[in-house]
Structures are given as C-alpha cells and as structure tokens.
Design a protein around this ligand. Structure first.
Ligand code: IMP
Ligand code: MG
Length: 182
C-alpha cells in the first residue's frame, strides 16, 4: 500500500490534534442543549474519524449510521445522491444531529443530508468533516466543524478509499496518479 502513496498529507499526530480540537468545540457547543445528541457516521469512509472523535466527546451521545453514495467506483462524483442505509432512530424531532464525513468535495452529499434531516423535523443538524476540498465545490456549502483544507488531490487512508482499498492506512496520503490513471 505504502508504495502507492505519493506523499503523506495528514499524519497520525495531526489527525489526533484535529480530533482533539473538534471534540472540544462540540463539548462546548452542546453542553447546555438538553436534547439528545446523535452522531451520524457516513459509511464507510467516516468510521475512523467518527470513532476517534467520539472517544473525545464527553457528553452523552448516540451513534447512528447512514450509507450514501455520490461516487461510483472511480475518482469523480456522479452528482446523484443515493441513500443505501438510513438511520435506525425514528424519533427525529427534538434531536441534535451531527453528520460526520471524511471529506467534502462537491458539497452535494452533505447539503443533501442537511435538507433531508431538516425536512424530517430535526431540531438542529450540523456537519463535521476531517478534510475539505473547497476548490471542488459545485454547491455552496460550508461545514460547521472541519479539520483540514486540502488541495484538489485524490487522497486515501484513515477511512478513505480508492476502489475499497487503502482505508486501513493510519494517515491520509495522496494516491499516486499512476494507480488510477491506467
Ligand atoms: P461530495 O458529495 O462531492 O462532497 O462527496 C464527498 C464524498 O466523495 C466523500 O464522502 C468521499 O466518499 C468521496 N471523495 C471525495 N474526494 C475524495 C478523495 O480524495 N478520496 C476518496 N474519496 C473522496
Ligand atoms: Mg464518503
């Protein structure tokens, strides 16, 4: 795997301090809410970020999962959002949701999900992402919590994949172009 990585973009140490910082903000922002806090992990890319983040959140919370897709098997988005798995929780009113993503690219996935939960009557919906590629936006969207802004490069590791591989790398790295431009 390592041989396919051009450069490490976010090291394990940097990821840990990003998680510390975002969890601290969340602990502060929700300490007086009085409503259930539900983290929504967007499968599969966000599992590592969600688990590192939730370890650091000191408030009571629930965890739920969604599986959505905007990408096919390649490295560019198709623009269509499909919900393959929805959250288990049916009581959605009076709940604070934080949707957790690995990376924001076009912005379509998260802006679609915010609309989805708002229309279902959630009290609040915020978004947290480890990585952000603002130069790739096709819809106007800003996350509430973000770790690191990165350039327009295809990255893998710490949950992020290329054709389902590289998710288990403990850091985020730029994938060599020769791996996907064959
Ligand atoms: P958006 O709807 O275009 O913002 O799509 C975000 C989704 O695209 C993320 O959840 C990832 O699954 C995928 N994605 C975007 N950029 C990358 C990348 O550089 N590496 C791996 N997956 C990516
Ligand atoms: Mg994803």
């Amino acid at each position: 795997m390592e041989k396919d990585i051009e450069k490490v973009l976010v090291s394990e140490d940097e990821i840990a301090s990003i998680c510390d910082k975002i969890a601290q903000q969340i602990n502060e922002d929700y300490k007086n809410s009085g409503r259930p806090l539900v983290l929504i992990c967007i499968l599969k890319g966000s599992i590592m970020f969600t688990s590192e983040l939730m370890k650091r959140i000191t408030l009571p919370l629930e965890l739920d999962f969604m599986k959505v897709s905007s990408y096919g098997s390649g490295t560019s988005t198709t623009g269509v959002i499909n919900i393959h798995l929805d959250i288990k929780r049916t009581d959605i009113a009076d709940v604070d949701f934080i949707v957790i993503e690995d990376i924001i690219d076009s912005g379509r996935t998260l802006s679609h999900l915010i609309k989805y939960f708002t229309e279902k009557g959630a009290s609040s919906v915020r978004t947290a992402t480890l990585l952000d590629k603002p130069s790739r936006r096709t819809v106007d969207f800003k996350p509430d919590y973000f770790g690191k802004v990165i350039p327009d490069e295809f990255v893998v590791g710490f949950g992020l994949d290329y054709n389902e591989k590289y998710r288990n790398l403990p850091y985020v790295g730029i994938l060599k172009r020769e791996v996907y431009e064959k």
